[in-house]
Design a protein around this ligand. Structure first.
Ligand code: MN
Ligand code: MN
Length: 456
């Protein structure tokens, strides 16, 4: 029985109709291409720059004059980017901001990674972000990153993505010898120091000590012109090899590495560059280091956000404090989709359900809302009005049952600058796994939500 007074969550399929679903499937194709091109934050910044430049965005440097209609991007060290577009209204009315992160959980190489043992050459890793370690074993892996030589020259490396490329691999124990693991806890059975990447087993002719490693060094020198010490000034990451794929017989989902948080980064940047002719000044932030706490020069806690807002306020004759006080931010990050296989850790009424649209999270944190900025009811009502007027299908959610776990996003760092901020994004199954799953219609509602927000 449906009661006109009662709130009822509905799917995009029920509420938005066939045309929107068809648009969502089409939009998802562009997203899949973005995923394949942007597996690291550096690659995502490259993609964002080419998307933005194609729509008339120009590089910004501090002190540049600006006027209504101007579109800029600020490339922060190739790992974080700010796009902003100057609107026609008074800058003291504030800026419409979305903030998504473009780093994803992965395995980074240690600074001295190479070693040989038992006739095999390996790379030592230090995992980045929250991973379940066993998920990275016995699966094809790729190497992405950059080596900066002593003279400052950058050497880009990508191995494992082309069909003809070799892949990298972490071995796992055979079940025949893994009987002892049954009694161990997950953290004891799978240790971080065993996440060593196997990269070779062929000795170099004429070498008698560490001949396999010598062969690898010879290959690296022939192919990239680098020596072992160059690896000390490098950022090389191990990510799952392979492309994004449609998932489900109905192709309603996408299986890919790094949905968290490219599934929000892509709709925020596409909405930003599509929502042209704007009244409001708008900003799209794609940020690094969210998975490790948002610290550092390319993370959301960097002073850069206030520097840029201050510069915009100054250039347009506004007051920076007023601009921040009147700005609104959608912290666009992923939520957890309710998973009936693990229903015991979710509270169903307050979980994101697949296909029910973009998911709004008033507060994050854990154990008594610890560490959350908790958006105001006024802001929730404002966003509700914005989304409903645009016909966006949306839902609210929390991350799992109270006291079971929790998590955070960049929302609180934005809110700490006196900017009204709320989390809203796409919900994900198997979050932080090498391959995560999202629903195409949820992805598209995120795009529609951000587009509406920039213009509302
Ligand atoms: Mn995230
Ligand atoms: Mn995450």
């Amino acid at each position: 029985m449906s009661n006109a007074l009662a709130y009822e969550k509905k799917t995009v399929y029920e509420k938005a109709g066939k045309e929107t679903v068809a648009e969502a499937y089409e939009y998802a194709k562009g997203y899949a291409r973005f995923l394949d091109a942007a597996k690291t934050e550096r690659e995502a910044v490259c993609e964002a720059i080419s998307m933005a430049e194609a729509k008339g965005y120009r590089p910004y440097s501090f002190g540049m004059p600006m006027k209504a209609g101007d579109k800029f991007y600020y490339n922060n060290r190739d790992k974080n980017i700010y796009l902003f577009s100057i609107g026609t209204e008074d800058i003291n009315e504030g800026i419409r901001i979305t903030a998504a992160h473009i780093d994803s959980p992965r395995l980074d190489l240690k600074q001295v990674p190479l070693y040989e043992d038992a006739g095999m050459c390996y790379l030592k890793t230090h995992y980045y972000g929250g991973i379940r370690k066993y998920q990275w074993l016995a699966t094809p892996l790729a190497l992405h990153g950059v080596v900066i030589k002593e003279d400052g020259t950058a050497v880009k490396i990508t191995v494992g993505e082309d069909e003809s490329d070799p892949v990298l691999y972490i071995t796992d124990l055979l079940p025949h010898l893994a009987g002892g693991d049954a009694e161990k806890s997950l953290s004891k059975a799978f240790s971080a120091e065993k996440l060593n990447i196997l990269i070779g087993s062929k000795p170099l002719d004429g070498e008698d000590k560490d001949a396999v490693k010598a062969g690898v060094l010879r290959y690296l020198n022939d192919t990239y012109g680098i020596v072992e010490e160059d690896l000390l000034s490098a950022e090389l990451s191990i990510v799952p090899a392979g492309k994004a794929r449609d998932a489900g017989l109905d192709r309603s989902m996408i299986c890919a590495y790094g949905h968290d948080d490219r599934v929000c980064a892509y709709p925020s940047i596409t909405a930003m560059i599509d929502a042209d002719e704007k009244k409001h000044t708008t900003m799209c932030i794609l940020v690094d280091k969210e998975e490790t706490g948002s610290d550092g020069v390319t993370g959301m806690q960097s002073a850069l956000i206030t520097d840029i807002i201050t510069e915009i306020a100054k250039a347009l004759g506004g007051n920076e404090a007023t601009v921040r006080a009147h700005s609104k931010c959608l912290s666009s990050d992923v939520a957890a989709t309710f998973d009936p296989n693990y229903a015991d850790v979710f509270e169903r009424r307050n979980s994101a359900l697949i296909g029910c649209g973009v998911a709004m999270c008033k507060y994050t944190g854990s154990r008594g809302k610890s560490g959350t900025s908790d958006a105001s009811a006024e802001l929730v009502a404002w966003v509700r009005r914005c989304l409903n007027q645009a016909g966006v299908v949306w839902q609210t959610c929390e991350l799992g049952k109270v006291d079971v776990g929790g998590g955070g996003t960049v929302a609180k760092y934005m809110a700490n600058h006196n900017i009204d901020t709320i989390d809203i994004g796409v919900s994900v199954l198997s979050m932080h796994a090498p391959y995560e799953l999202i629903s195409k219609v949820d992805l598209y509602e995120a795009y529609r939500a951000f587009y509406a927000f920039y213009r509302f």
